[in-house]
Design a protein around this ligand. Sequence first.
Ligand code: HEC
Length: 470
Amino acid sequence: MLMAPRNLLPLAGISLLTSIPLAAKVTFSENVAPIIYKRCAGCHRPGEAAPFSLLNYDDVKKHGSLIASVTAARIMPPWQALPASYPYKDSRRLTDDELATIQTWVKEGMLQGDPAKTPALPKFTDGWQLGTPDLIVKVDKPFTVPAEGADIYRYLRIPLNLPEDKWVQAIELRPSARKVVHHVLYFASATEEAKRIEAEEEASQSPSAGMKFTRSMVPLGGVAVGAQPHRLPNGLALKLPKGTDLMFQYHFHPIGKEETEQSTIGLYFAKKAPDHTLTALQLPVSYGLFSGLNIAPGQKDFKVGDSFVLPVDVQAVSISAHAHYIGKTMKMTATFPDGTVKTLLDINNWDFAWQDRYFFENPILLPKGTKLEGEVSWDNSEQNEKNPSRPPIHVAWGEQTKDEMGAVTLAVYPAAESDLATLRDTYQLHVKLIARQRIRQDPSVLVKLRELTGDPPPAPAPAPSTQERR
Ligand code: HEC
């Protein structure tokens, strides 16, 4: 498992006493249990993904010092986005006060206090989180994850057999062996193509064979361990044409015991076609393929960036980032026509193991003329614990574990649906110009591009709200 060093982040800047009256000692029953139950117990309970339960005083005390260090380092709860200009839905991040309370409690010797004052455990919904799905389907063939070995990236096919085109608003995944499923990215693909990829995957021996993106697949979002499912807002939905199968890219993590995984998937359909069309603005475009990724061994802060000025008013719905293991920071800002700068996403310690999509509490109106800037940085030094190459090697753009790519993707819809073509065309033109410029500087990019797709990759479709509580 990829974990950042526990003591990486000092406690500097965190006031340890913010929420606690001076004389009173922090107790589990009154101060700590409410935080643990709200922020940790959803995953740290039997049958869920975390390796141990945090459901009572003894559980929490037993892991006390580890809890103090992983929360201080912001490794737990998993949530990479720093607070930005707009609040996110279902944020798992501990507030500074909550963090301070945990730290003080551990320092003061983990007092229990009066057990009668411990709050009741939250009621967790078992089964489908969004109610009965409109369609329940299953991964075609079970997949066996060995007890030991490298993490495995693998596409599994889910036949849909849709009688007609459908609009999907949410996807809920129920793995059969959830302890080995770390995250899953969802795609739709024409059935024939999906079968071809399935056969290719079955023939491949490489554990990271399923790490690549295939152009013919339409991204539908994904789920990281522990994420809460919700529907796309404002009646938004993504089209699943008849003749489509789902292809899910699984990240499996062996747990010391062989497990067989065959997920059940619930699909929630919209009653009608949405009034607005979601589209994706990715910066840098094409996961940085045209950004001249060329990272020398030992290079600590290799940055690429890209910007795009909105040709029409849009509503921003969600944002996500992607890179491989040595990705370090990801940021997207919006500079409004009046000069105001807002931060949409800010990640300062990327962890490939926790790929999340961040939904804004409410869609954000970004007016025509707003400049979006996306920036990604990588740390290819030996000090980067997540570096898969020891010693570090030269890293270029590519799809395998030791290659890199990176981008921030904003899911938007035009405020006026009639502006859709302008938005898409302007963005596609931006992609083309960047690609052309890069190919002029470095003709080998064209070879790579042909290998990948035959021609420049399109903007990825945005992800719906398709996450599940694990
Ligand atoms: C979204 C699910 C989720 C939530 C929420 C969550 N955890 Fe975890 N936790 C995990 C998983 C999964 C692991 C196993 C390691 C991994 O996969 O990264 C883990 C591991 C840990 C570990 C062991 C780390 C190690 O290095 O061995 C500690 C301690 C921990 N969690 C504490 C907490 C605390 C405290 C909270 C709440 C403040 C919390 N977790 C919230 C999923 C979660």
